[in-house]
Structure formats: structure tokens, C-alpha cells
Design a protein around this ligand. Structure first.
Ligand SMILES: NC(=O)C1=CN([C@@H]2O[C@H](COP(=O)(O)OP(=O)(O)OC[C@H]3O[C@@H](n4cnc5c(N)ncnc54)[C@H](OP(=O)(O)O)[C@@H]3O)[C@@H](O)[C@H]2O)C=CC1
Ligand SMILES: O=C(O)CCC(=O)C(=O)O
Length: 436
């Protein structure tokens, strides 16, 4: 049998659950390492492990773009459908210059576990386009989005695979995707994407859902370790769709947010940042840099600030064996997907830092995406307070479930969450007869 666990496009290294360090870590090796640990705990055979580790379908596309200048460019794009055993594939679309197939494979696998853990009836998928959206006009982004959508059209659909926003994409991107798909179908198909504008059938509360979920979990986790949120401090890495609203909601809940960062650097104010004023500054300048209500800070130093809570809400692999020993926070709540490598996880656990894993902490987005899909399919929309109370109920019940499973078996929250999710996906395979 081919060892699919070792086959990657950018790395041939097979990393098991006990990899010694981060020297060869990538998001895909991290995701596979986490799966391997769950599989070993659950005692599954190699064949089932390989099925769970391998995307069911992958599409690589070359996407031409006519620039406003008349010049032509070509961008590489991907859509990876990791699993469909519990329902249609579901997951975001990322626009970033360093996107590659292995990264999208990892993100798609994490989507499968996230949907299973939160018990939303989806499998996992992710898309990516290796483009820097900041370098393009709105017209260029519209053209490249429409062309990317046309290229992946044969494998997406409201019953097959439903994209949503991720890094570098937003509700406008989703509106163009929905329109391209609908024009091709001959009628409007609002269920093809989630994270759409509300006026096009989007859901109340989707834009801020990931951040609300992160906040519910962060407050619960702080209380769990005996900290009063109203007397706690936090640092947030990333000030985009997830990070900015997480900082705002935390601050509204009484947490003193003392440091935030973006890809250009960080700002700190130990008395607490004024998040609303900072958001105005970012809207006006495009970065947290230069905010008058704080002092400049090196972006890397944000992760080791003397705070109670750290929310990485940017990219993968930022907490690694080179800095995990210096983290001062008591609690890490992963707003981003894959911010902590397995080596960092081990160091943090040894040091008694509570890490709430991505597949639980940032699941608010896909939960409200599910609500949006349900609403769009029924053409019946819910009030914002209904969306938010259902989101909170699902997040806190998953938190209790993961916590109970972890405590009963003396596991980290990540291993517990992954094992719970993997068990549900494996059970679906077994019941459908895909695997004994
Ligand atoms: N959007 C969603 O609903 C969900 C997102 N996620 C995950 O959350 C994370 C953030 O996504 P989202 O907020 O949507 O993306 P955005 O593109 O809206 O924001 C990303 C933010 O991260 C910042 N950033 C990028 N690289 C770095 C870096 N090296 N150090 C510090 N900051 C950096 C960006 O900086 P700058 O502004 O300068 O570009 C930006 O502020 C991703 O991991 C994503 O997969 C998870 C679940 C759902
Ligand atoms: O809302 C969704 O469908 C997926 C969001 C996403 O990409 C994620 O949770 O990582």
C-alpha cells in the first residue's frame, strides 16, 4: 500500500505524534501529527488512519488575471475536500501569497475535525489562491475571484462543498462567488457560499461569529483556570476579521487588551488599548502601526507579553519550539487555524499553559455558516439574538464536552478535541460501510 501519510508536495517527511522538534514542521505535518496522536489513542488500524489522513478530492487550478494595466498574470489556486462522510464539504477560501497545496490540505483536514466536533453536518474543505489581495484593485479581485470560482465550479455546490471567507477574503468575495455560480446555474443559489452580505441572504452575526465564539471560549477558559476575566489581561495576534472583533468583544467583557499586532508589527499599552480608537486608526491607515494610544512593539514579542490570555488570530505555526518556553500567558485560545506546532504544544503543556485548540476555539464561524446555509436553503432568516444565543449554546456545550473528555483521560484539550472529532468521522465511515 502506498504510504499516503508520507506523500506531500512540499515535504516528504513523515512526522509521527512524537516528532522531536519543529525543524521540518509545516501545517500539514502538524495536522497529521495531531491526527496520528488521536488515532493512536483510539487504537485505529493503519487503513482507517490512512483514509482519515488523506483528502478525498483535490483540485489545482491555474487562474489567469487580466490586470487593469492590460498585463496578464497567472495565479495558482486549490480546493481540497478532505472528507464528506458526515455531509457536504465546508471551509473557507484564503487569498495569501504563500498559499500552497499542503497548507490547504492541512486546513481542510482541520475543517473536518471542527465540523465533527461541533456536530454540524459537514465534512471539511478549504480553498486557496496564491495571491496578495493588497496588491490588487477591487476590479482585479473581482475578475480573479470569478475565474477561480469558474475553475472550481465542477466540484462545489450547496450539497457538495460550500466555501466561506478566510484570510484575505470577505463578504464581497463571497458575493462574487455566489453570482458566478448562480449565473452558471441559471438561477440564484444562495446556499453555495456562506459569509455573504446580509442583503444577499447572509446571516445576522456571521461576520463576527468566529470572534464571538473565541470570546465565549476565552472567558470560560479564564474562569476554568481560576482567573476573573474582569481582572485579566490579553494580547491578540492579528487584527483582521477574527482578531479585531475578538479584541473588541474581550474588551467589552472587561478583559484589558494590552497588545495587538498585524503583519507589520504590534502596539502595546499596559493600561489597556482603546479598541474602538485602534479600529478607526486601522481603517484609516491599514495597520495598527502608528496608533497614538499605544507604544510600538516588535510583532514577535506580542506572543511573549506578560498577559493572562493570548489569542493568536493570524496564521499557522507562530507558537513553536523556539518561543513556547517564553510564553507568559496562562491560557491560549486559538483564533487562528494551526497557530501552535506539536512541539510547542508539548512545551506549553509541560509548563501548565492551557491551550484551547483551533477546532474548538474558532468554530463559531462555521457554526454560523451552518446557520446561514440552513436559513438560505429555507429562505427564512433568524434574528441576530437568535443566532447569537444558538452560537453561544453550541460553543459552551462543546467546551464542556471536550473538557470532560480531557479530564477523564488526562489528555490535552487538543488531543481530546481531535479524538472526539475523529471518532465521529470514523463512525460515519463505519456506518456508511466505507470502512469496517
Ligand atoms: N474568518 C473566519 O471566519 C475564520 C478564520 N479563521 C482563522 O483565523 C485566522 C485569521 O483569519 P481572518 O481574521 O479571517 O483573516 P484576515 O485576513 O481578516 O486577517 C488576518 C490578520 O492576520 C494578520 N497577520 C498576517 N500575518 C501575520 C503575522 N505574521 N503576524 C501578525 N499578524 C499577521 C493580518 O495582518 P494585516 O492586517 O497587516 O494583513 C491580519 O490582521 C486564520 O488562521 C483563519 O484561518 C478560523 C475560523 C474562521
Ligand atoms: O465558515 C466556514 O464555512 C468555514 C470557516 C473557516 O474556514 C474555518 O473555520 O477555518
Amino acid at each position: 500500500m502506498t504510504d499516503v501519510l508520507a506523500a506531500t508536495t512540499t515535504s516528504t517527511a513523515h512526522v509521527d505524534a512524537h516528532a522531536a522538534s519543529d525543524h521540518i514542521a509545516t501545517p500539514l505535518t502538524d495536522a497529521r501529527s495531531q491526527l496520528a496522536e488521536a488515532v493512536s489513542l483510539l487504537g485505529y488500524a493503519d487503513g482507517l488512519h490512512q483514509m482519515l489522513a488523506t483528502p478525498r478530492r483535490e483540485l489545482s487550478v491555474a487562474v489567469p488575471l487580466r490586470m487593469d494595466s492590460g498585463e496578464s498574470r497567472l495565479y495558482l489556486g486549490y480546493r481540497v475536500q478532505h472528507n464528506f462522510s458526515r455531509g457536504p464539504a465546508k471551509g473557507g477560501l484564503r487569498y495569501a501569497p504563500n498559499v500552497n497545496l499542503d497548507e490547504v490540505r492541512a486546513l481542510a483536514m482541520w475543517m473536518t475535525w471542527k465540523c465533527a466536533l461541533l456536530d454540524v453536518p459537514y465534512g471539511g474543505a478549504k480553498g486557496g489562491l496564491a495571491i496578495d489581495p493588497r496588491e490588487h484593485s477591487t476590479a482585479e479581485l473581482e475578475r480573479v475571484t470569478r475565474r477561480y470560482t469558474s475553475e472550481i465550479l465542477p466540484i462545489i455546490g450547496p450539497e457538495r462543498d460550500i466555501p466561506a471567507p478566510d484570510i484575505g477574503t470577505d463578504e464581497q468575495t463571497m458575493a462574487w462567488m455566489m453570482d458566478t455560480y448562480s449565473v452558471n446555474s441559471g438561477y440564484t443559489v444562495p446556499g453555495i457560499v456562506t459569509g455573504k452580505p446580509i442583503s444577499l441572504g447572509g446571516s445576522q452575526g456571521r461576520a463576527s461569529a468566529t470572534s464571538r465564539g473565541v470570546t465565549h471560549i476565552a472567558l470560560a477558559a479564564l474562569r476554568h483556570v481560576g482567573l476573573d476575566p474582569a481582572r485579566s489581561t490579553a494580547a491578540v495576534q492579528g487584527f483582521g476579521k477574527v482578531g479585531a472583533d475578538a479584541a473588541r468583544f474581550l474588551s467589552e467583557a472587561g478583559v484589558r487588551v494590552t497588545a495587538v499586532s498585524d503583519q507589520y508589527g504590534a502596539v502595546v499599552n499596559t493600561a489597556g488599548l482603546d479598541i474602538e480608537a485602534l479600529s478607526d486608526h486601522v481603517r484609516a491607515t491599514g495597520s495598527v502601526i502608528g496608533f497614538a494610544g499605544g507604544e510600538p512593539l516588535d510583532g514577535a514579542d506580542l506572543l511573549t507579553q506578560d498577559v493572562d490570555l493570548l489569542v493568536p488570530a493570524a496564521v499557522e505555526g507562530v507558537l513553536h519550539d523556539g518561543n513556547a518556553g517564553d510564553v507568559q500567558a496562562a491560557v491560549i485560545v486559538e483564533g487562528a487555524n494551526g497557530p501552535t506546532t506539536p512541539a510547542a504544544d508539548r512545551i506549553l503543556r509541560e509548563r501548565g499553559v492551557l491551550v484551547v485548540p483551533d477546532i474548538l476555539a474558532n468554530a463559531g464561524g462555521v457554526i454560523v455558516s451552518y446557520f446561514e446555509w440552513v436559513q438560505a436553503n429555507q429562505a427564512y432568516w433568524w434574528r441576530a439574538d437568535e443566532v447569537e444565543s444558538r452560537l453561544e449554546e453550541r460553543m459552551l456545550s462543546a467546551w464542556q464536552h471536550v473538557l470532560g473528555y480531557a479530564r477523564a483521560r488526562d489528555l490535552s484539550l487538543r488531543t481530546a478535541a481531535t479524538a472526539l472529532a475523529v471518532e465521529r468521522v470514523a463512525e460515519a465511515h463505519r456506518l456508511r460501510g466505507l470502512y469496517p
